[in-house]
Design a protein around this ligand. Sequence first.
Ligand code: SD4
Length: 328
Amino acid sequence: MSAFKSTGRRKFLKLSALAATAIPFFRFRTVPGNSKIGSPVLVSTWRNTDANAAAWKVLSSNGHALDAVEQGARVPEANPKDTSVGYGGLPDREGIVTLDACIMDEKSNCGSVAFVQGFKHPVSIARMVMEKTPHVMLVGRGAEQFAASQGFKRENLLTKESERAWKEWLKKSEYKPYHNPGQHDTIGILALDGNGNLSGACTTSGMAYKMHGRVGDSPIIGAGLYVDGEVGAATATGVGEEMIRIAGSHTIVELMRNGRSPQEACEEAIKRLISKRGEEKARELSVAFLALSRSGEVGAYSTNNVFEYTISSPDHQHVVIKSPSYFN
Ligand code: SD4
């Protein structure tokens, strides 16, 4: 699934060759923790080393950031052991797995699907929405019909393990998303390729045991993901209702546009969220942001101290870094 029609691709290859001779391929920057990174750069939420490895294959062969983030996001989508994304995702309270995803490139082209059932790779369906329709977002049955028309295969996504966990949950039917950091594994993935293009993707099965029909931040452009090729990109993980409330990812990119570093922007967004909720309530909320600037600088910040992200660069082969947080 190429991002480019053949003429566009030829132009891109020409430009890539030009860029490779005109500028040094790797520019070194500093990320929190004083580690040096270069361009291309890739970051993803949580401990997503396999996803980064797949995306890095694309970036390290001079591929486009959009292809990289899609390939990266497909890894946890296909992994039955990842209970927050795609196949094997924990279901809603009716026992149904419903998926949300979006993707966005450096030109603000974007596609999104929400409340999709029976398809393993919502990120690729979102990309098809972006590339093959005049729309940005398709939901539910419409998204599924579209996916089928594009040749995506219908599959059962509820694994035995997830079904067992759901049946166990049903015994008490307690819904405590705020206290459940272990169940936030959504992947948000941001890439800056060797030609300076930024892209991002985000994919999730949402909060475990959510109400049927609930959609979080992950497929909402501006909340779970935002990319501006001239500024930077941001993505989110955690209790989606909170990111939607402050249009979190868009807020971070706008802060960066106004001169904040990715780190400062993530911190300001988390603080805004906390000031709206009050410290007492916010202490229970698991929310994290990850940002990447157009120049390859990385920032991350979370409410509580459970958040980690995975970075790949010429110097960092899929290294997991602990994010700073507001509460210890
Ligand atoms: C949601 N933000 O649906 C997602 C959940 C999440 O790791 O991030 N889980 O609200």
